[in-house]
Each structure stands twice: as C-alpha cells, then as structure tokens.
Write a protein that binds this ligand. Structure first.
Ligand code: COA
Ligand code: ZN
Length: 305
C-alpha cells in the first residue's frame, strides 16, 4: 500500500494574514475554488480574529460559507484565537477549528494579549466545547523551536503543552515553527520525545522556510513518522505578530518531495501549478516554491502520481 501524506493548505490564512495587499472576499473565494481542485486533503479557510488586529482576515465567515456551499469534499478548518472566534466560527457552520498556544509568554502576549496560562485555560474551554459540539479541533503549539522575543524554546515546554492539549481532547497537535528557526536535527529530537506520549497520527508539522530549511525539516518529520503537514501555496506566509516570520514551506515543494519519495498526497500537479499562478497574480508577492519552475516544465513526469 502506498503510504499517504496529508497536506493542509494554509495559504488562505497564514499565507494572506501578513500581506500588505489585502485580498477581497471575492478574490479569496476564487483562490479557494482553485485550491479545492488541487487534491490537498484540507484547506484552512481563514481566521475568526478581530478585523482590527488582522484586517486581511475580515470576511472569513463569507469565505467559509462560500466554500461550504461548493461542497467540494475538501475538509475545511479555520483558526479561532479565543472564545469569541470559536462562537463566530460555529455560527458560520465551521466543523473544524484551530486553537493556537505559543510556547512562550511574550509571544502569547503579543499575539493574543494573554499569558501562556491564560491562553491554555481559554484553549481548554474551547476544546471541551468543540468536543461537546461535535467540532474537530487542532491545537497549535507556536514558536515551538525559537521565539522572536525570548529566543530558544525548551523542548520540554513544547511537549508539556502538547500533552495537556491532547489530553483535553484536541484531535491533532500541530508543532509550528512560526519563524522558521528549526533545523532537521532539532525537529527529529523534539519529535522523538513528543511521539513517546502522542501517537504520530495525532501530530502535524507546520514549517516556515525563512532559513531555507523548510523541506529539510519536512524530511526529518517524515522520517520520524509524521504524515500531516501544513503548507502554503507559492510559499506565501508570515505572522503579523512574529517579527522575522517569512513564508511557509511551499505546497508545491512538499508535494514534490512526497511524490519523489513515493508517498501519495492526492495532489494534481497541473491544478497545483494553476493555483500557484493564481496566487502570484492575486498577491503580486508570492514567489512560488523552489520546485515551481521545474514542475511547470515537467508536468508530464509527475502527472498521474
Ligand atoms: N473575532 C472578532 N472580533 C474579536 C475577536 C474575534 N475572535 N476577539 C475579540 N474581538 C474584538 C472584541 O469584540 C473587541 O471589539 P471592540 O473593540 O469593537 O469592542 C476587540 O476585538 C478587542 O477585544 P478584547 O477582548 O479586548 O481583545 P484584545 O484587545 O485583548 O485583543 C484579540 C485580542 C484576540 C482580539 C487580538 O489580539 C487578535 O485578534 N489577535 C489575532 C491573533 C492572530 O490572528 N495571530 C496570527 C495567527 S496565530
Ligand atoms: Zn505559520
């Protein structure tokens, strides 16, 4: 049996949330329509955050409603920073939400205006509500390797937060290298210890390519047994509250790595290249992943995989 890798496309959220050009709801819906044809397992549609804090995400409810109405079969999820975000997501028909806890106090204060203890308590409440409401919930542990304010992060802190979030009922723990400071050896070391307590199918990785190590980190996670990854079309991405965060590892780069290594992702590379072209045209800033040029000229070599 061909081993599967699940790609969660985060371009509509992580990709767009720090862009100086704000895409309209109509443009985001158009991008969703294209992404839904690519074969990715799921799409993060946006975030239910204060439009004052992140104006790029205003109208996420409308993008979600559009995507739900299209009934594409692609799973949809959305970021909820707090209880209010959860209620708004639920009211829009969201069936899968993402809560975010940063591994350091300073990052939590900058991102969400709460201490780590405060956001953990809020997340526990949201996770328990989600379980009761039949909503799937993924829990992100952000700045899992390095914090832009506090520096190196102790892996024990990441493991401790992850275990508590998993115990409360989060279906998946997402280890997020928010500023792209991880290296493959650090990824392997963290996952080795984390996976002693949480099974690999409940863990996902979210890498940024700031220091060109996104793919190497993905390889390390694959070798550790992780099969769920967040990626962003065209390598778009960044966090408005984490200085130095640049683009996520590109969907096309991870899809290509998986394809070459014999994993199945369900990706249709031709549709994926069309999505890269669209996101480049819409934003004017997406560069495209490093595999983009080769893939664009060799689609015959990857079609049907
Ligand atoms: N969705 C929409 N509006 C929200 C909201 C949400 N999830 N949470 C709070 N608000 C609104 C409040 O209603 C209030 O509105 P008002 O000024 O019109 O009364 C305003 O935002 C401030 O609310 P408050 O509870 O005082 O929050 P705060 O000032 O402490 O800010 C957040 C907290 C969560 C609103 C803000 O930090 C935020 O949205 N951060 C986004 C984090 C993010 O997206 N990070 C990137 C991804 S990890
Ligand atoms: Zn990110």
């Amino acid at each position: 049996m061909i081993p599967q890798v699940h790609i969660n496309e985060v371009g509509l959220r992580d990709g767009l949330q720090a862009q100086s050009k704000h895409l309209s709801v109509e443009e985001r819906c158009r991008l969703f329509d294209q992404l839904a044809t690519t074969g990715v397992s799921s799409v993060e549609i946006g975030s239910f955050v204060s439009p004052k804090a992140v104006p790029q995400m205003a109208g996420t409810d409308q993008v979600l409603r559009h995507a739900l109405a299209k009934n594409t079969g692609v799973a949809l999820n959305a970021l909820v920073p707090n209880r209010k975000g959860y209620e708004l997501a639920l009211a829009s028909g969201c069936k899968e939400v993402n809560v975010v806890v940063s591994a350091t106090d300073t990052m939590n204060r900058k991102n969400i205006n709460m201490t780590t203890a405060g956001i953990m308590a809020a997340s526990q409440g949201i996770i328990e509500s989600a379980v009761a409401d039949g909503v799937k919930v993924n829990a992100y542990v952000a700045v899992a390797f390095e914090c832009p304010f506090e520096g190196a992060v102790d892996p024990e802190q990441v493991i401790s937060l992850s275990k508590r979030l998993a115990d409360w009922g989060a279906q998946r723990i997402v280890i997020a290298d928010t500023i792209g400071a991880a290296n493959p050896f650090a990824v392997e070391a963290l996952l080795r210890d984390l996976l002693l307590g949480i099974s690999a199918d409940r863990v996902a990785c979210h890498f940024h390519d700031t220091r060109a190590m996104g793919l190497a980190n993905t390889y390390a996670a694959l070798q550790s047994g992780v099969r769920h990854f967040d990626t962003s079309i065209g390598g778009l991405g960044g966090c408005p509250f984490a200085p130095g965060a640049s683009g996520n590892v590109a969907t096309e780069d991870v899809a290509m790595l998986c394809q070459q290594a014999g994993f199945s992702t369900g990706i249709d590379f031709s549709a994926l290249m069309a999505a890269v072209d669209l996101v480049k045209a819409l934003t004017g800033t997406a560069k495209g992943g490093r595999a983009h040029y080769w893939l664009s000229n060799h689609l015959d070599k990857v079609v049907g995989q």
